[in-house]
Design a protein around this ligand. Structure first.
Ligand code: SAM
Length: 248
């Protein structure tokens, strides 16, 4: 059988596509991509042209069986997403699981990942961290998710897009306390790369004061809750707030 290569692509700066990623993309029978137009452009930039297979949320299950059949027939394939590492808040999980279940070799070509790049420059404790991906879009679900994380001692990592960054920071300040240290990494590896640190209140103020700071792609990192006592206090406050909703 062939191999399924899971290949990381740049998160902005095209110089971050590794030589091994290029060599792999050059030799596979086809490249499974989240957005084939986007990936065709990336490949064209490097003078490559490969057959592309569209793989996204809505067809991943159906595609998985076909891709496994091709791998079993001896073809090697690459899996990429629009940016960074596939499967990290991106499609690919179902295909990888199906390939592994079928005994196919799945091999990584590691590279850029916004969460890890952000953590590496944040200066927040990085020995343990929790990647939370995107928060729910609905306000109530988002607040509920955040309040459950208030006592989490590990550094928290979130992905956020431009149109909700201030709302997200506001809800984080409410859930974690406005004085909790945090770092905002924006447009990493791109022209307007910015890494801001401060309390959640300070970061919110900076973002609200300058519309430019609300543009682009973000990783929001929040220091974990202090010691156990603090964590219990926060959890206590959270429960109290929940109870208070039901009190006359
Ligand atoms: N698979 C990607 C990875 O490995 O990081 C993540 C894909 S996810 C759909 C896109 C989100 O990643 C953005 O909304 C943003 O939160 C984050 N992101 C991607 N590129 C970024 C960058 N250059 N700077 C900061 N955050 C970025």
């Amino acid at each position: 059988p062939g191999t399924l290569h899971v290949v990381a692509t740049p998160i902005g700066n095209l110089g971050d596509l590794s030589p091994r990623a290029l060599a792999t993309l050059r030799t596979v029978a086809a490249v499974c991509a989240e957005d084939t137009r986007h990936t065709r452009q990336l490949l064209a930039h490097f003078g490559l042209e490969r057959p592309l297979v569209a793989l996204h949320q809505h067809n991943e299950d159906a595609q998985a069986a076909q891709l496994v059949a091709r791998l079993q027939a001896g073809e090697s394939l690459a899996l990429v997403s629009d940016a960074g590492t596939p499967l990290v808040s991106d499609p690919g999980f179902r295909v990888v699981r199906a390939a592994r279940a079928a005994g196919i070799k799945v091999s990584p070509v590691p590279g850029a990942c916004a969460a890890i790049a952000a953590l590496s420059v944040a200066g927040l404790p990085s020995d343990r961290f929790a990647f939370e991906g995107f928060l729910p879009a609905k306000v109530s679900a988002r607040r509920e998710r955040l309040s459950r994380l208030a006592a989490e001692p590990r550094t928290l990592l979130f992905y956020e897009s431009a149109h909700r960054i201030d709302e997200a920071l506001e809800d984080m300040a409410t859930a974690f306390g406005s004085q909790r240290p945090a770092v905002l990494a924006r447009e990493l590896t791109k022209l307007f790369e910015t890494v801001l640190d401060g309390t959640l209140a300070e970061l919110l103020a900076k973002v609200q004061a300058d519309p430019n700071q609300r543009k682009g792609e973000f990783v929001v990192m929040v220091e974990g809750a202090g010691d156990d006592a603090d964590a219990r206090l926060v959890e206590g406050k959270r429960l109290y707030a929940k109870l208070a909703e039901h009190l006359p």
